[in-house]
Write a protein of this length. Structure first.
Length: 123
């Protein structure tokens, strides 16, 4: 069976993302994506990932290595498509874009308590 690889990089002027397709070590073609096209591809890939039978693990393993965004932008809008008691938390990741999370009241309070508890411990 042929081995297909995808190499990913950014052009020197940082205006395009290049996806290079190779089969058995031989270049087969490439895609050049500007920021909006790459955002759209990331969104579509995330939707595909969401619909795979093998779901993202529901619990974070203690030995898991995760990338993080330092000091992300965030918003808590007054209006959202959820229930009146729900809260929406929107976080900005510099590579993934804005991610909206709809939280029921109990979960929102649990998150708020966990965050404020850590802050108060450090004061």
């Amino acid at each position: 069976m042929a081995r297909v690889d995808i190499a990913v990089g950014v052009t020197n002027d940082r205006s395009q993302c290049i996806l290079q397709l190779s089969q058995d070590g031989k270049a087969q073609g490439h895609l050049s994506l500007d920021a909006p096209a790459l955002d759209d591809l990331i969104r579509r890939l995330a939707l595909c990932r969401q619909n795979l039978a093998e779901q993202v693990v529901p619990e974070l393993e203690p030995v898991s290595r995760i990338d993080f965004e330092k000091y992300p932008g965030w918003r808590v809008p007054d209006q959202h498509p959820g229930a009146a008691n729900d809260s929406m938390l929107i976080l900005r990741h510099s590579g993934l874009g804005w991610l909206a999370l709809l939280l029921e009241p109990t979960r929102a309070l649990t998150i708020a308590h966990a965050l404020t508890g850590k802050v108060l411990q450090k004061l």
